[in-house]
Design a binder for this molecule. Structure first.
Ligand SMILES: [Zn+2]
Length: 294
């Protein structure tokens, strides 16, 4: 089962460029490895260049949005900020003493989103991250296997119970989930994973897909899981934050139990090991708890 999932993920990554628009929100450990490691020399540059326009002394949110995307971006942002959780998370980064969170829009991978360009200071604290939203992030539903929350919106969008703006804001919430998680991950562990995942995959592809290979067992121990486990854990944290956003957003909608029932079904089918983090969110609000997520 594990070996199968790794093979499937490797296939996905190898055809990544082709699949990206359909698979949607992503931060594949392999595909993104060139993007996510920012060296310590860059990091020390933060204090050296303090006051410089590139890295202000304190944190905050920097919205780098071109004119042609401005209108839709404002609609997505307004949707995100229409919820308590969206406002709270936005405020946290808008007034963050240290982290500069850049939000930008890209025409590549138009229906997806991603987070990266992480930087740490000398104390190992996160000081910079970038969320990139696709220019058509208000369209496209990623697979229920790794995206049980975003995927669950599809029938409700088809039935016009929600619009693309909610989908876009949910993807933004997913990315906020990634950034918050990275902020709580030791820089050393993150960089170790970035270095070791390709090594692991190379051995895995050459040993007949044997996850019990002692070399792979040792690598997985060092980096806190095999590449699939690391990937799943990251994505399901993104999805957990997306679910928090939806919990607030649809709390008063008649269909909220149906939506959360669909999320629950996908989590039970594909993410059983991670069910607790979704169940906790469901239990954190009476309205959804009454939808019988046990
Ligand atoms: Zn993600």
């Amino acid at each position: 089962m594990r070996a199968m999932r790794i093979v499937l993920l490797l296939m996905l990554f190898s055809s990544f460029a082709f699949l990206a628009p359909r698979t949607g929100v992503q931060a594949a450990p392999m595909a993104k490895s060139s993007n996510i490691v920012e060296g310590r020399s860059e990091t020390t540059g933060v204090s050296a260049r303090a006051g410089n326009a590139v890295f202000p002394e304190s944190g905050g949110i920097r919205e780098a949005i071109t004119d042609k995307h401005q209108k839709r971006y404002q609609e997505w942002k307004t949707e995100f900020l229409s919820t308590d959780i969206g406002r709270a998370q936005w405020e946290m980064y808008a007034h963050h003493p240290r982290i500069v969170l850049t939000i930008t829009i890209s025409d590549s991978n138009p229906e997806g989103a991603g987070s990266g360009k992480y930087k740490w200071n000398e104390a190992g604290e996160l000081v910079a991250a970038t969320i990139t939203l696709g220019s058509h992030v208000d369209q496209g539903f990623p697979s229920s296997v790794y995206y049980p929350v975003m995927n669950a919106l599809e029938p409700f969008e088809s039935a016009r119970l929600i619009g693309g703006t909610v989908l876009a804001a949910t993807k933004l919430a997913h990315e906020f989930g990634h950034v918050m998680r990275i902020a709580g991950t030791p820089e050393s562990l993150y960089k170790l994973q970035v270095q070791m995942v390709p090594v692991y995959n190379k051995i895995f592809l050459s040993n007949g897909h044997n996850v019990n290979d002692p070399r792979l067992v040792e690598l997985a121990q060092k980096m806190g899981g095999n590449p699939v486990e690391i990937w799943e854990d990251r994505e399901y944290w993104g999805e957990a934050n997306a679910m928090m956003f939806l919990r607030d957003r649809v709390a008063k909608e008649k269909f909220h139990c149906r939506l959360f029932g669909k999320i629950k079904q996908a989590v039970e089918e594909y993410a059983k090991d991670y069910e607790e983090r979704f169940a906790e969110i469901a239990k954190s609000q009476g309205a959804i708890y009454s939808c019988s997520w046990k």
